[in-house]
Ligand binder design. Structure first.
Ligand code: GLN
Length: 538
């Protein structure tokens, strides 16, 4: 049976539970164990797919097409394991499952209650599909004491009782603040947070203390004494210079060692931290900085393009360079300002997006990058905008648009279902994809002698999708005659997946999201190639 590690948080949110869980996963994996990471989110949305990035940051997409919390992205990037649909659950999903069963009469006349019905469903989720794992690390979203997280905390308490203490470990992550005015480190918030956790029936086995500066032994002893945790299990995590140092730092503080000790297990392999050491060194020592403009609606919010920022950093690491992101808000981008804003920029990236607001600025910026031969990378919405730009300015289809922006104009981008005429499907697959997004892995075949095929070194690729609209294949010949090549297509040749421009140093746009598959230890070839082109750009 798998061992279960539950990670809760206290004092304040955003302390890095996801990063701690992901780092621990790497460390255990490197010691030869099979690890699975899961996230339990206390909010009522069934999944984050419908939430605005302003609310929740990026929506991460898995191979099997789940729209999940962005922490699953951290998990993948650190552990290298592709997450699954079944690795993220929310209160909304739990309740909707329970209510569906209730409507079907599945509870045989019983009163349906939080305990046991909701908690049982949570426990089933935690346990499901874990027969091959040595460890399952479950992160509980939010902080202990939140009303929303109570059923989860109760469920993990029961779970530990069900499987026995020797098979379940509780890690609690708290903040140990430093007060500048009095030059003091304070342990009281941690004591209070653990008290709260204990009032819910959970005694933490390990406390991870997040701190700006090293926590002196006497303070750690205090935490040990008041929180009833052995001093060796009070683990400090002092702010690191780059997140890729986190696994090294947790190992230095013996987190993995203490976890194994708790379960009375021995390492199967000698731990290897060299890849992280190498990356950290590159990041901290490179002098070369490359300016990449990212033009989107949500640039103000750091987490809205999390995987993208990471993938660009990975591309930078691969090219021994630091990436300086020039974040340009597309909604306030005046066309007259584009030239000025893109000065000194070596690459332009238009990320995924939804809705009409801010699109004209994006389209103009693409035109500028195309004409001035600045490396350009369009992702999902970015590809759709590149198509519209080219149609308007090179094919002379002035009214080219996407049906996402409403009726009117010539929708070169549209729902496949809209390509129906008189009840007959004239384009696209025979499956109606309208109204639902195309989610998860889909194959694309790459054209011979194309730049994309050189980059991927493969005839066929699988990448993750999250979009509703498609480029109308009907225009393919017209585009290609004018130099914009459809260099990647769905296997049935009906859905354009990749476009690239001839006679341009690097102009590629893709209908999928390659950023979700980039990892620090395995940078995505598209990002490496884009950064290389940017590096070569004067
Ligand atoms: N809004 C576009 C669509 O739904 C693009 C989505 C995206 O960029 N992820 O097709």
């Amino acid at each position: 049976m798998a061992r279960f590690i539950f990670v809760t948080g206290g004092v304040v949110s955003s302390l890095g539970k996801g990063l701690s869980s992901a780092s621990l996963a790497y460390l255990l994996q490197s010691r030869g164990f099979n690890v699975r990471l899961r996230k339990l989110d206390p909010y009522l949305n069934v999944d984050p797919g419908t939430m605005s990035p302003f609310q929740h940051g990026e929506v991460f997409v898995t191979d099997d097409g789940a729209e999940t919390d962005l922490d699953l992205g951290h998990y993948e990037r650190f552990s290298g394991i592709s997450a699954k649909k079944s690795d993220n659950i929310t209160t909304g999903k739990i309740y909707s499952d329970v209510l569906r069963k209730e409507r079907k009469g599945g509870y045989l006349g019983k009163t349906v209650q939080v305990i046991p019905h909701i908690t049982d469903r949570i426990k089933d989720f935690i346990k499901s599909d874990t027969s091959k794992e040595d460890f399952v690390i479950c992160e509980i979203g939010g902080i202990v004491g939140d009303i929303e997280s109570l059923p989860f905390v109760e469920a993990i308490r029961q779970f530990s009782n069900d499987v026995g203490k020797k098979n379940a470990l509780f890690i609690h992550l708290t903040l140990v603040p430093y007060l500048k005015a009095s030059d003091e480190i304070k342990t009281k918030p941690t004591q209070h947070s653990v008290k709260e956790l204990r009032s819910l029936g959970i005694q933490p086995d390990i406390i991870i203390c997040r701190s700006e500066r090293p926590i002196p032994l006497e303070h750690r002893k205090k935490i040990s004494l008041f929180c009833n945790v052995g001093i060796e299990n009070v683990i400090q995590t002092v702010d690191v210079k780059t997140i890729y140092e986190a696994p090294i730092s947790f190992n230095r503080e013996n987190l993995d060692k203490q976890v194994l000790e708790y379960f009375k297990m021995k390492s199967k392999k000698k731990i290897n931290l060299n890849p992280w050491k190498k990356i950290t060194k590159t990041i901290l020592n490179t002098k070369k900085t490359i300016n990449i403009a990212i033009i989107g609606k949500y640039v103000e919010l750091k987490d809205a393009y999390k995987s993208l920022d990471e993938a660009l950093t990975h591309g930078g690491i691969d090219n021994n360079s630091k990436i300086n992101l020039v974040r340009i808000d597309s909604e306030n981008l005046k066309i007259s300002e584009i030239k000025k804003k893109l000065q000194g920029v070596s690459g332009v990236l238009i990320p995924g997006g939804f809705g009409k607001r801010g699109t004209e600025g994006k389209i103009e910026a693409i035109k500028y990058a195309r004409e001035k031969k600045i490396p350009f990378f369009g992702i999902c919405f970015g590809m759709q905008m590149a198509i519209i730009e080219f149609a308007r300015n090179k094919l002379n289809i002035k009214k080219a648009t996407s049906s996402e922006f409403g009726l009117g104009g010539i929708p070169i981008i549209g729902l496949i279902s809209e390509w129906n005429k008189d009840g007959k499907l004239i384009k696209g697959t025979d499956k109606d994809l309208g109204g639902t997004m195309r989610l998860g892995l889909y194959e694309a075949k790459l054209k011979e002698n194309s730049l994309i095929r050189k980059i991927y070194k493969s005839k066929s690729i699988q990448e993750r999708h999250r979009h509703r609209y498609e480029v109308n294949i009907d225009y393919k010949d017209q585009f290609e005659k004018n130099g914009l090549i459809f260099s990647g297509l769905s296997p049935d040749k009906k859905l354009p997946e990749i476009i690239e421009l001839k006679n341009h140093p690097w102009f590629i746009a893709v209908q999928f999201h390659p950023e979700f598959k980039s990892r620090p230890l395995a940078p995505h070839p598209l990002f490496s190639s884009f950064i290389k082109a940017a590096k070569n750009h004067r």
